[in-house]
Design a protein around this ligand. Sequence first.
Ligand code: NIG
Ligand code: FE
Length: 416
Amino acid sequence: MKKNIIIKNASEIVTCSGFSAKQGSSMSDIGLLHGGAIVVENGIIKNVGDSSILKNIDESNYTVIDATGKTVLPGYIDPHTHFVFGGYRPDEYDMRLKGKPYMEIMEKGGGIINSVHATRKASKDELLKAGTKRLDSMLSFGVTTVEGKSGYGLDLDTEIKQLEVMKDLNNSHCVDIAPTFLGAHAVPKEYIGKSSEYIDYVIESVLPVVAEKKLAEFCDIFCEQNVFSVDESRKLLKRAKDLGLKPKIHADEIIQLGGAELAAELSAVSADHLLKSSDAGIKAMAEKNVVATLLPGTAFSLKESYARGRYMIDNGSAVALATDMNPGSCFTESIPLIFSLATLYMDITTEEAITALTINAAAAISREKDIGSIDTGKKADIQILEFPSYKFIPYHIGVSTVETVIKDGKIVYGNH
Ligand code: NIG
Ligand code: FE
């Protein structure tokens, strides 16, 4: 197979063109081309446009993909996942089906802490194997970059182990990984009732090692009643910022605690969940260009009401969508599920959902200059769908429509 690629005759190319997050009404601009072509050279998008861009090109030097009857769009970015973990929690899911609330299970020593036990016990090799399988699954849904969080260690060694596994996976797997340190994901059993002492431990003993080893680009915290307060979150995220890790927040997921307001105050890269965020918090985030990363799979799985995606976009937010893939509140890699939930239950349009999973998802992990759209100069991370229009994405409910995935200019999924 020849190294460089031409994609031509596409029924639709959804370019999602842009180099920054799209806010409010601009989320509908998906940069649609009919019958267009893309030229990929050395892993980078060399040109995109109508078929005339191929005029002076000798196609025999390229692998040519005829996309007649197909839709081409940027690889998806999943900007919020916890995909490296040991063990599973099917019994807790069953308890939830029988009516036990998620937070009650957590407060009784289950939940995140349950996965912490299993992750502390797991070998690096076991985590690598499980992580690879989950990345393979994500790739089959068209995902070419994923954010991954630590947070199932809650001690120095295991947090580092999780982040190192992500580093190794980033090298071994074609899907790119943006690593986030989530050492403040829960209060570990060693610190029960002493959350602020635990935050001090993270600040003094874990964060500096993560920063020194350059194992994470972002620092996140579960800012929630009975987990970490707004003040504790501010303290940790400010310190992280000083050490060069950009802040992210699990905000207002179960109750309205003021996480959205804190995200605006700190100019966080994103605030995520936002099921219960206040109007003022949402507007403050939009003003400070904090990406609102919404996780409808989690609301679905927890039987909670959805974040107010429509309201956020109508008030100028840049919304991104993600799976929140994790062993507890949302055990899925399924982008089609997320797409359906966002469009059916958050009143987000198909065009807005595409923006939310591409250029805005890239902005949620500070990569909007490199990925998230089909623009000249960006990485050639591209998916080709089996159908002639992007409108098939939500219409084919819960099923992947992805036929081919190109990552860094190489065909990595599908047969060509
Ligand atoms: O984003 N809310 C906190 N953290 C995860 C859940 C992790 C777990 O239950 O294992 C979330 O929903
Ligand atoms: Fe999460």
